[in-house]
Write a protein that binds this ligand. Structure first.
Ligand SMILES: NC(=O)C1=CN([C@@H]2O[C@H](COP(=O)(O)OP(=O)(O)OC[C@H]3O[C@@H](n4cnc5c(N)ncnc54)[C@H](O)[C@@H]3O)[C@@H](O)[C@H]2O)C=CC1
Ligand SMILES: O=C(O)[C@@H]1CCC=N1
Length: 267
């Protein structure tokens, strides 16, 4: 069964959510509405997904079961919440805005809305990737869950963990993309063609992930299998251990978590 949705902000993340939710039949094009201040986005979304996208459409807002807050922390979500209170205060309101807390959202209006905060992952169409989710007292899990699970796995977490989830989990594909680039460049440096290097790295990435999943082994145990005594793997391991590899990744994650908290705090 589909649910009607009205989204404020039709940027990258809302598009990724809608694409997966339409594909998985949690949304139907005829009851999916997006408003954006950018006319080009409106035209693009309309043409690509056959949904209604517009600069404003009050009637659709009044009828929506779920309202998605898809703007950035720096945008005027305060004014959007006031519009929601005026037009449809009973809807389930889901915010994907990084760093902005339930308390900050609630403080923008006098009426208590049915708020849920999520931090979605851009891997929406893959079936992988967790959204971190924190519900307010008024949120209705039964109504929102089929929608949430249509674009990723769902992890209900305490709100204090949402910023960590954002910098670590949701920015997570970024770290993997960077690792992939570093690795494939190494293959090319070693003498493989770009095509070969990409293909080998992708297989290894998928295979190693699967190995972690099916073996249940700690990665140190898997490394032990891959590193023969006095051999090739351990020579590479020595160089990695002597480098800033681990600290670089960890510092990047900590910076992303800090940036999430700063962004929310500023607005
Ligand atoms: N891109 C990502 O990987 C993730 C993004 N998020 C969150 O999603 C939100 C959107 O991020 P992106 O899609 O990457 O940004 P984006 O910049 O692509 O999208 C924001 C959209 O909101 C529109 N907008 C701004 N003010 C508006 C208003 N008052 N009314 C209607 N539309 C308005 C903009 O024109 C733009 O199209 C942010 O709050 C971000 O923290 C959350 C998880 C992951
Ligand atoms: O870069 C961003 O702001 C979004 C939020 C988390 C990941 N991407």
């Amino acid at each position: 069964m589909t649910i009607s949705l009205y989204a404020f902000g039709g940027g990258q993340m809302v598009e990724a959510i809608i694409r997966a939710a339409l594909k998985n039949k949690a949304l139907a094009p005829e009851t999916t509405f997006v408003t954006d201040i950018n006319e080009q986005r409106v035209t693009y979304l309309q043409q690509k997904y056959n949904i209604t996208a517009a600069v404003t459409t009050t009637q659709a807002l009044q009828q929506a079961e779920i309202i998605l807050l898809g703007v950035r922390p720096q945008d005027d979500w305060n004014a959007i919440l006031k519009t929601i209170v005026k037009e449809n205060p009973r809807a389930q309101v889901i915010s994907i805005i990084a760093g902005v807390t339930l308390q900050q959202l609630a403080a923008a209006t006098k009426v208590q809305l049915a708020l849920t905060r999520i931090i979605p992952n851009t891997l929406t169409e893959t079936g992988f990737g967790y959204s971190g989710v924190t519900r307010s007292a008024r949120a209705n899990q039964k109504i929102i869950e089929p929608f949430l699970t249509s674009f990723g796995k769902v992890d209900y977490i305490p709100e204090e963990q949402l910023d960590i989830y954002t910098g670590y989990g949701v920015a997570g594909p970024n770290y993997v993309y960077n690792f992939f680039i570093a690795l494939t460049n190494a293959g090319v440096l070693g003498g493989l063609s770009r095509k070969q290097a990409n293909a080998v790295a992708l297989e290894n990435l998928k295979g190693a992930a699967r190995m972690l999943e099916i073996s249940g082994k700690h990665p140190y145990e898997l490394l032990d299998i891959n590193n023969s005594a006095g051999g090739v793997g351990i020579a590479a391991q020595h160089e990695l251990d002597a480098s800033d590899f681990a600290a670089g990744v960890q510092n990047a994650v900590l910076a992303a978590i800090q940036r999430t908290t700063d962004l929310g705090g500023k607005h």
